[in-house]
Every structure is written in C-alpha cells, then in structure tokens.
Design a protein around this ligand. Structure first.
Ligand SMILES: Cc1cc2nc3c(=O)[nH]c(=O)nc-3n(C[C@H](O)[C@H](O)[C@H](O)COP(=O)(O)OP(=O)(O)OC[C@H]3O[C@@H](n4cnc5c(N)ncnc54)[C@H](O)[C@@H]3O)c2cc1C
Length: 395
C-alpha cells in the first residue's frame, strides 16, 4: 500500500528500492526470522544493487549519496525484513566509523570491499558493559609494531558471518576503536547463552573472543583514547537508520492490518467500516507520519553537518515506540488471525520491541535529550520559581 507512504527521499531511488525489496527481500523475510541465520545471499544481492555502501564516498567505491537517501534504504528494507535491515546497519556503522575516523590505508583497504558486499560488525557491548562503554574490560596494549587485544564482546550482530569487526577496547589513554579482521590469530566467535534473541533474528548475536589477538598498528581507528567520541558520533548517525527500520516495521504492520480489515466481515460489515477500528488506524497513521518526518528531518540535519544528538535520539525514541504500538494494534485489528504463527505480526512485534533496546535503549536516548536540555539551559540563569511562573504567564 505504497500510496499511503509517499517517498520523502529521491522518488526514483524509492521506486527502485521498493521493486528490489519486493523481489529480493520480502519473499525470504519469514524464513530468515524462523531459522535465525544470517541472510548472506539477500545482503549480497542488495550490495549488487548499490545499497550496502550508499553513503560511502564514490572515491572508495560507494554510492556517494546523502543520509536522507540512506534513510529510505533502511525504511524500505525494514518494511520487508527487520532482520535484513539490521544486517545492513552493522555494515553502515563499520563503513561510517572508518569513513569518518580511520586513516587512509584502512579506508582504501576496506571501504571498496564493503561496497562489494563485505559483511561487518560493530562490537562495543561486553557482558558487564552495555549502555556504559566509558570503561571496558577489553584491553589493548602496544607491543612493537602492533596492538595486542584481550577481552570479549557480546551481542555482536551479524558476527556469525562478519569478515571485519570494529571494536572498542581500553588502552592506557582510554577507550579506543580498532579494526579487527575475522582471520586475526587469537580472534574467534562463538555462540553463547545470549546469542539467540527473539527479535532482529539475522543469525545468532555471537560473542567475539580476543585472546592475545595481534593487529597491525594502522588498525587503530581514529585517535587513541578517542573511541567513545567515535562510537557516539557513529551511533548518532545509525540511530537515524534504526528509526527508519522501526518506521518500516510500523508501516508493514498497518498495511497488513488494513488489508485484513478491508476483507474481514463481522456483524455484516467489513471490519474497516467500524469507527472503532478506523480510530485505531487513524492514530497509527498520525504517529507514523510524525515519526517519519522527524527521522527524515534528523537525516537532513546530518547531511547539513549539524550536531544531531538531540534529533537522532528523538527519532529513534519515537519511531521505536510507534513501531511497538503499530505492531500491537495490528494484532488487535486482525483478532485471532493476527495471532497465528504464519501471520507476520508476531515478527513485527518482536523486531519492534527489540529496537527499543538495541542500538541505544529508550532510557539512554532520553538521557541524551535531557543532557541537551541541560546544556541549553546552562547558558540561562534559572529564575526563582515565583518569578519564573510570572514570566511564563506573560507568554
Ligand atoms: C538484538 C540485539 C542486538 C545487539 N547488537 C549489538 C551489536 O551489534 N553491538 C553491540 O555493541 N551491542 C549490541 N547489542 C547490545 C545493546 O547495544 C545493549 O543491549 C544496549 O546498549 C543496552 O545495554 P544492556 O542490555 O547491557 O543494558 P544495561 O546497560 O545493563 O541496562 C539495563 C536497563 O537499565 C537501563 N539503564 C542503563 N543505564 C541507565 C541510565 N543511566 N539511566 C536510565 N536507565 C538506564 C537500560 O536502558 C536498560 O533498560 C545488541 C542488543 C540486542 C538486544
């Protein structure tokens, strides 16, 4: 039901995306979720279409397109398969951190391969450190002409098939980002008790163990001790894309519910004719439109080179909440038929809920918006309560 959701990015790109996604992604979505295996063929076919590295500069083999267009990629792929879109997001994160922070050697080595379909993972989380990555148990030390890494990462999305990892580890100067090829001696992935998740099932979110793993000096990404900044900047960007995935899921849930409600008859009427059902749908359209506009607006800020901690956090916070609501209401509208295993609504609900946590939980996003607010207010001395109320009353 594409006419409900007109293109906001380049309309020709969106038209092509919708055709490619309907042909190459949608037919496999239920199976990817059911078997929980990395969708390698699907991801490679998207790479052939130029979607995996759409924002990577052309000089490194990418599409050289805007984040606005990239949002469309994630919205449309997310519409068909949250798990496939999640596979693309770890590729985007790796490409983005390399493009923004890495030295020329690393960029020239990896960015063209990413454009060709290299699978990548972005590993910050450890068993004892999730939201808080300012202190890590994974350590890195200089040793002659290289770095030696020791530690373990968990919940590493796409890592069952990733060839390249960007990880965070602590050096004596603080948290630092490193590029770690899969075949690094001392690096291995394995499935742990936390690997299988109920949502965003693009293969097990395996652990990455680093035992005396040696990488060359030039595999440092950015400056030593500046890894948190690199991670935060990259996350600001990828949060906009996570928001786009949530919008895709929400749209799919509403389209599915609407199709059902137009067919299903109860009390001699099509279900969609009941005003109560129309109100559910009206609320969802308003919520999705608002989240969509906010997300594309955040992309425009990014393209303009503005700091977007606030808008990217707001976009992900709102879009993930809207997606959970949309998936839940879609089940409600479809009644028992929405609950059956072969219907897609359970997948939408599980994927949507998982995005309230993965890539920055809703609480951490609220903290970021709160910090922005404090920063803005710091420049204005607070008035005593009575004076502040009198001032506000003047309008
Ligand atoms: C499907 C999936 C895929 C993932 N993929 C990756 C990946 O590829 N790479 C990676 O590095 N990580 C990944 N993660 C991990 C994810 O980023 C973390 O789960 C997330 O950052 C939250 O960390 P945590 O689960 O350890 O929660 P914790 O940090 O332990 O927090 C527990 C709860 O407390 C809240 N909380 C924590 N601190 C605060 C605070 N200061 N104020 C208010 N509330 C707070 C949290 O929001 C949460 O509700 C993935 C997670 C999932 C579920």
């Amino acid at each position: 039901m594409t006419d409900l959701w007109p293109a906001i990015a380049d309309p020709l790109l969106v038209e092509r995306l919708r055709a490619v996604v309907a042909r190459d992604v949608a037919p496999h979505a239920a199976e990817i979720d059911r078997v929980d295996a990395y969708p390698l063929d699907v991801v490679r076919s998207l790479a052939r279409e130029g979607f995996n590295a759409i924002t990577v500069p052309k000089e490194y083999g990418g599409g050289g397109r805007s984040i606005l267009d990239c949002v469309a990629v994630f919205e449309e792929v997310g519409y068909a398969s949250g798990a496939t879109a999640t596979s693309l997001i770890t590729i985007f994160q790796t490409a983005e951190v390399l493009n923004l922070f890495a030295n020329e050697t690393l960029k020239r080595r990896h960015l063209p391969r990413i454009a060709e379909g290299l699978v990548c993972s972005y590993a910050m989380t450890e068993a004892a450190h999730g939201s808080d990555v300012k202190h890590l148990d994974t350590k890195a030390r200089r040793d002659g002409e290289g770095w030696v890494l020791d530690g373990e990462k968990s919940f590493v999305t796409s890592a069952s098939k990733a060839e390249l990892f960007v990880i965070l580890a602590e050096t004596e100067k603080g948290v630092t980002a490193f590029a770690v090829p899969r075949d690094t001696p001392g690096a291995r992935t394995y499935e742990s008790g936390s690997s299988a998740t109920f949502g965003l099932r693009n293969g097990p979110h395996v652990n990455l163990e680093l035992k005396n793993a040696r990488i060359p000096l030039d595999h440092l990404v950015g400056e030593e001790g500046h890894g948190v900044r690199a991670a935060a900047t990259t996350l600001d960007h990828s949060r906009v894309l996570a928001a786009a995935i949530s919008i895709g899921i929400a749209r799919a849930a509403v389209d599915g519910a609407l199709t059902f409600a137009r067919e299903r008859v109860a009390f001699g009427k099509h279900v969609v004719e009941f005003q109560g059902i129309q109100w559910y749908l009206a609320d969802l359209l308003a919520e999705i439109d608002a989240a969509r506009l906010l997300t594309y607006d955040a992309a425009k800020h990014l393209d303009a080179g503005r700091e977007i901690e606030r808008t990217s956090s707001e976009a992900k916070l709102l879009a993930s909440r809207v997606a959970v609501h949309a998936a839940s209401q879609a089940v409600q509208i479809c009644g028992a038929w929405g609950c059956i295993e072969s219907a897609p609504f359970g997948r939408y609900l599980r994927d949507a809920k998982t995005y309230e946590i993965a890539g920055g939980s809703s609480e951490i996003l609220r903290n970021t918006i709160g910090k922005f607010l404090q920063g803005t207010l710091a420049s204005k001395p607070a008035a005593p309560p009575a004076a502040a109320i009198a001032e506000a009353a003047k309008g």
